[in-house]
Design a protein around this ligand. Structure first.
Ligand code: AMP
Length: 330
């Protein structure tokens, strides 16, 4: 069986976009692969977050993974920092990489522009080498992610390929799996910007999966649209309506053509009521399961520790091979 891996950074409360972009596909396919899902806590340190909040976010994400349908019989869940081979390999991956190419990564450039004068950017700079390690360490064949991660997966392939060329075949090269629908869910208020979990908790354009349902409905009802009054998909000219269509298509597992046809006769208000209704039902279901898991911290911590032990066995084997290939093993 091939391996599949994905992760979420504990930088905030999970959004509907995180679910649609990466987690949904992962869950659908978890039985067809050796599946690993992790909490990318070291990557998360590129954004300063209060340490007590990080702990809370890690446990929230673990409970959410389970509530969304992660099946522990098929998937290993773990915390990235519990498997330090990620850092070891990440460091070695940096030797395959040029300063110039890392400084041209689009996410580095855009996130660096958001930093204030006193923020340090080295963690952000080497993000792609750590991400390459996350994936290459397990020989993952596919990585379900949102469109924002495409370039990072391409870089992972480059680094793995370079290493293989220099030292002989060591790593499988991964493919990204970007969903056809919902690869980039946009902010509801500003549909030209990506929906992000680093948004403030009261952001009206971000649907957090743990938000109060009435708040979620309000957010959808006041989502930005346009003046045309017709529901159809056109990302460029109708980003708000297109975003709502993507959300509803992802939740109902339909294509964009199918949802466009289904809602073509709706006015914006009725369309939004329908989207709000579907999103709320979906979220309530996840929330009900979430609180059952979240109330048992001991269980969540045990799952993460057990998962880390399993991941460590795989990571350790790979690191031994890597050390041998590069001549560090005596
Ligand atoms: P992050 O929030 O950066 O930890 O990302 C976790 C996963 O969610 C990754 O697979 C991202 O590509 C995905 N993701 C994040 N934001 C979005 C978005 N606005 N639309 C679709 N997928 C997203």
């Amino acid at each position: 069986m091939k391996t599949m891996i994905t992760g979420v950074r504990p930088t905030g409360s999970i959004t509907l976009a995180n679910y649609i972009g990466g987690i949904r596909k992962f869950i659908e396919q978890q039985k067809e692969y050796n599946s690993l899902i992790f909490i990318a806590d070291i990557h998360g340190l590129t954004t300063y977050i209060n340490p007590s909040e990080i702990r809370n976010n890690i446990l929230d994400i673990t409970a959410l993974y389970l509530a969304c349908g992660i099946d522990l019989n098929h998937t290993i869940i773990f915390q990235q920092s519990d498997v330090l081979e990620h850092c070891n390999l990440g460091f070695l991956m940096a030797f395959q990489c040029g300063v110039g190419e890392l400084s041209r990564m689009t996410q580095y450039k855009s996130k660096k522009a958001e930093l204030s004068k006193n923020d340090k950017d080295m963690g952000l700079f080497i993000y792609p080498t750590l991400m390459a390690a996350d994936i290459l360490l397990y020989d993952a064949a596919i990585v379900p992610v949102g469109a924002d991660q495409r370039q990072h997966i391409e870089k992972t392939r480059d680094l793995g390929e370079r290493f293989n060329k220099v030292y002989g075949k060591t790593f499988e090269l991964p493919e990204y799996q970007i969903p056809k629908v919902g690869a980039k869910i946009m902010n509801l208020v500003n549909p030209t910007a990506k929906m992000s979990k680093s948004a403030p908790k009261d952001d009206k354009g971000t649907i957090f999966i743990l938000d109060d349902i009435e708040i979620t409905k309000k957010k959808i009802m006041s989502a930005c649209t346009d003046n045309e009054g017709k529901v159809y998909f056109d990302e460029e000219n109708k980003p708000g309506i297109s975003n709502l269509l993507s959300i509803v298509a992802a939740i109902d597992n339909l294509s964009l053509e199918e949802v466009s046809e289904k809602y073509q006769e709706y006015n914006y208000k009725d369309f939004k009521i329908e989207v709000a209704d579907k999103v709320s039902k979906f979220i309530i279901d996840i929330q009900n399961k979430f609180y059952k898991y979240r109330n048992d911290e001991e269980y969540l911590i045990k799952i993460l520790k057990d998962g880390a032990e399993k991941a460590k066995v795989l990571a350790d084997l790979k690191m031994k091979k890597v050390k041998q290939k590069i001549g560090l093993k005596l």
